[in-house]
Design a protein around this ligand. Structure first.
Ligand SMILES: [Mg+2]
Length: 443
């Protein structure tokens, strides 16, 4: 076949793969609400007929059986991208995002929350991966080089204007233009601060917790995180073990994964207070804005953090309006993709609340680092009190795995969004027929 001219190249296929990792066998990722997580990805590939065979890859992160439903939800969005011109698609990612979010028949299932919204996020993110590869740039850099005017065009301000108008967003982005180059240089030189959750999974022994906590400090981390919410006596003991291991100069965040009601959250945190927890993450339901505000009043000066299960920008808006959080935790694969996360970064910047992304999962570190780096260069302009979660699992499955150097995420330089898994992984871990699952007979 003759080569297809770039201007007429099209998206030829959207395929979805069900990829699962048997992480429950080692209790990696175990917490108070998820005792047996098999980290999974509903994995999207956009294929094109560009001469170089460009592809866009992304994923929605789930744990196990949820992947059946998630994969199906992504498949129904194929007509929005298949057959479209690559040039036009990559040139109007705000339009793609709006088209997908506003499909009235699918919107009925949310609106803008849950499985369908995560499916939208996966397709939008795959299109961003495609656009960044096409531009030959890592996503953070592609975004950070866009004009403030082009960036605000990516955002859907519907439901936000009482807290953030388009003009205010433009003002925030314009104010960050001076200094962009200096911050890019600083990122390339030093990276972006990270904290590690690796020591603190609920299923680990005290010995393993203490050893991993000491190793984290030796590796240059200045913050670690412990899962809590199983038994208060165990948590007090684990918190003491962790504090003794890391000393007073290291922040210890704790994460309850939505385990408590408001009253028990405050009581439990009083028991942990002697060991100076830095933040309590997901103390209660992610939908409970006023509950988070009450917890925050009850546990101060301990900070309240949430966001990995917050459904959309509207709930983030309310959390900020209600003074319910000290830390906003975006997730690259929870909301409607890059576009909605830009809206959330702008809301947080306007409120002066730091964004410390969630990244416990497969591929989440690889993706979300791009959003924090973009935020530093072009939105908030600072890394003060900002850290990206780091979890030391499953990075070997990616073609461009994250690199942690002295407690910092090294700025990615490879084109794309970092989401592409190795071909071998896509074969071996495919559920239920890949060799890893066939051998276990758990399908
Ligand atoms: Mg968490």
């Amino acid at each position: 076949m003759p080569p297809v001219p770039p201007s007429t190249a099209r998206v030829t296929e959207l395929s979805v793969l069900d990829i699962r990792f048997p992480t429950s066998e080692q209790l990696d990722g175990s917490d108070a609400m998820n005792p047996e997580p098999d980290y999974s990805a509903a994995y999207v590939v956009l294929r094109t007929d560009t001469p170089e065979g460009l592809e866009g890859h992304a994923l929605a992160f789930t744990i196990g059986r949820g992947n059946d439903v998630q994969a199906k939800a992504i498949e129904v969005l194929a007509p929005y991208v298949v057959g479209r011109s690559v040039e036009e698609l990559c040139g109007d990612l705000g339009g793609l995002s709006r088209d997908l979010v506003h499909d009235s028949q699918l919107r009925w299932l949310g609106p803008e929350k849950g499985v369908m919204h995560m499916a939208v996020g996966a397709v939008v993110n795959a299109a961003w991966d495609l656009a960044a590869r096409r531009a030959g740039k890592p996503l953070w850099r592609l975004l950070a080089e866009m004009s403030p005017e082009d960036l605000v065009d990516l955002v859907d301000f519907r439901y936000l204007s009482d807290a953030l108008t388009r003009d205010e967003a433009l003002g925030i982005l314009r104010a960050a233009v001076p200094g962009r180059a200096e911050r890019v240089a600083r990122l390339l030189e030093r990276g972006y601060p990270a904290y590690t959750t690796t020591p603190g999974w609920l299923g680990y022994s005290d010995e393993k917790l203490a050893r991993l906590a000491r190793e984290a400090v030796a590796d240059g981390f200045t913050q670690i995180k412990l899962k809590v919410g199983g038994s208060v006596e165990d948590d007090v003991r684990r918190m003491r073990v962790a504090r003794e291991a890391v000393g007073d100069g290291v922040r210890i965040a704790v994460d309850a994964n939505q385990r408590w009601d408001v009253g028990p959250a405050v009581e439990w945190m009083r028991r942990l207070a002697p060991y100076a927890p830095y933040w309590i993450e997901e103390p209660t339901s992610p939908d409970d804005v006023l509950g988070h505000a009450a917890v925050r009043r009850g546990v101060a000066p301990v900070k309240v953090a949430t966001g990995e299960h917050v459904a959309n920008r509207v709930v983030f808006k309310q959390l900020l309006q209600a003074g319910a959080v000290d830390v906003v935790q975006i997730d690259a694969a929870r909301v409607g993709g890059v576009n909605e996360n830009i809206a959330i970064l702008l809301l947080a910047a306007k409120s002066g609340v730091p964004v410390c992304p969630h990244a416990g999962g497969v591929g989440l570190c690889e993706m979300v680092q791009h959003l924090s780096m973009f935020d530093y260069v072009a939105v908030s302009g600072t890394t003060e009190d900002r850290v990206i979660e780091y979890v030391d699992h499953l990075h070997e499955h990616f073609t461009d795995p994250v690199r942690i150097v002295d407690g910092h995420y090294a700025a990615p330089t490879a084109p794309g969004f970092g989401t592409r898994m190795r071909d071998e992984t896509l074969k071996e871990f495919r559920y239920p027929d890949g060799p890893v699952w066939a051998a276990r007979g758990r399908a």
